[in-house]
Design a binder for this molecule. Structure first.
Ligand code: NAP
Length: 388
């Protein structure tokens, strides 16, 4: 039977959101701003009511150029005016911003994120490097906002002052766990079997060679199954005040790359702890609603799961932009002869699975008082007394 009820989004948010109308905007930097995820972040930040893009950073290939010169822009809308003329910096942690997003290649993300956190910057990361660290929150605000309580311990144990690292999950884990959360709350979860059909944009640019993916399916994505089997345990588990306690799920994942541009589709079979009818399952998914504080974050959607009745949905081309790319779209809820229930879900790998997820995490950090306005290095120099 369903044991202890897991944390719900409404329990987890604590105090009310700040009155942002009067707030000075927080200045954001993007590490890896020229990549596929970084570009999404740049676009979303250009329109953001709380954050202002002030710095972009990338590799030596790009640094020293203007953003417009350095980036190979992939989005349908033009490069935002606020970003075009910013000079791309390297990974020296002396940027003029209050916090950084990291969309860095995982080959460099681990050390760079630590450098920035040590230098006092909150780091909101997309990369895999620190997700499973025992003191780093792996966060989906609708699922486990209480995991932010690990931040003070992280700062203490690593000797960070105002800096810290918070991560968002792998792009295929993000949609899956969002959909599992209300089922965990209502019925408890025992076993999950998932087969993914993942878009090519999930591999960054240029990603999989066109000759490998055109008219084809590649039944292997390096490291992906391991991430999908590990990350949900932490996300659906608990922070007990000193460590993360895993959810203890039986998990098996098969990951495939398919010739779709954006949107990861996942076929999921679920074993529940408590017997539930299909209608109860649909109802739990449909009724999943975040509380008013979370709903007030600019990137949040009040009902982040959309349940479709049509037997041939969700489909990437038709459904990937649901909820501005922040919703998980579920269809084909039906009985599973092996486990209890099976369904198909879709989520936008670059929005819910990456840039939008990081933005929502940063908004929650702002609402919870974890983001401060740093004194810019140039301002602090001006404030120094002149020595004679
Ligand atoms: P990407 O398109 O390959 O972009 C990588 C970024 O890292 C670029 O800005 C690149 O800068 C920078 N970079 C590479 N080597 C560097 C170095 N030595 N020093 C400094 N910067 C360096 O990758 P992506 O798809 O945007 O993914 C970015 C991160 O997010 C990865 O860790 C990935 O695993 C994670 N992620 C991706 C997705 C997705 O759906 N794509 C989803 C969730 C998480 P240059 O342009 O100068 O080379």
């Amino acid at each position: 039977m369903h044991s202890k009820r897991q944390e719900s989004a409404s329990e987890s948010l604590g105090a009310s959101a700040p009155k942002m109308g009067k707030q000075k905007k927080w200045r954001a930097g993007v590490l890896g701003a020229t990549g596929i995820v970084g570009q999404r972040l740049v676009k979303l930040l250009a329109e953001h009511p709380w954050f202002e893009l002030t710095e972009v950073a990338a590799s030596e290939r790009s640094s020293g150029k203007t953003y417009a010169e350095a980036v190979r822009w992939h989005l349908d809308t033009p490069i935002p005016a606020v970003a075009r003329d910013l000079v791309v910096k390297g990974l020296d942690p002396s940027l003029e911003c209050d916090f950084v997003f990291s969309a860095l290649d995982s080959l460099v993300a681990g050390a760079a994120e630590e450098d920035f956190a040590r230098a006092g910057y909150p780091v909101v990361s997309n990369s895999k490097n620190h997700r499973m660290d025992p003191d780093v929150p792996l966060l989906i605000p609708e699922v486990n906002a209480a995991h932010l309580e690990a931040i003070p311990l992280q700062q203490k144990s690593r000797g960070y002052d105002t800096g810290f690292i918070v991560t968002n999950p792998n792009c295929s884990t993000a949609g899956l766990v969002l959909v599992l959360k209300p089922l965990a709350d209502a019925f408890g979860l025992e076993k999950i079997f998932v087969v993914t059909l993942q878009a090519i944009s999930g591999a960054g640019y240029p990603g999989v060679a066109s000759m490998d993916i055109q008219g084809n399916v590649v039944p292997f994505i390096s490291g992906e199954e391991e991430k999908m089997e590990a990350e949900p345990q932490k996300l659906l588990g608990k922070w007990d005040g000193s460590r993360f306690v895993d959810a203890g799920l039986g998990m098996s994942a098969h990951c495939n790359r398919v010739p779709v541009l954006d949107g990861h589709l996942e076929c999921v079979s679920i074993g529940l702890k408590k017997i539930a009818s299909l209608d109860e399952v649909r109802e739990a998914l449909r009724n999943f609603e975040v509380d008013a504080v979370l709903a007030s974050l600019p990137t949040a959607v009040r009902n982040p799961i959309i349940v479709l009745e049509e037997e041939n949905r969700p489909q990437p081309r038709r459904d990937v932009h649901a909820g501005n790319g922040m919703a998980a779209v579920v269809g084909r809820v039906r009985e599973c002869p092996l486990l209890d229930v099976k369904l198909t879900l879709l989520s936008h790998n670059l929005v819910r699975g990456a840039a939008g997820a990081a933005l929502l995490n940063a908004e929650l950090l702002a609402a919870r008082g974890f983001l401060k306005h740093r004194v810019a290095p140039s301002e602090s120099r001006l404030a120094e007394p002149v020595s004679r």
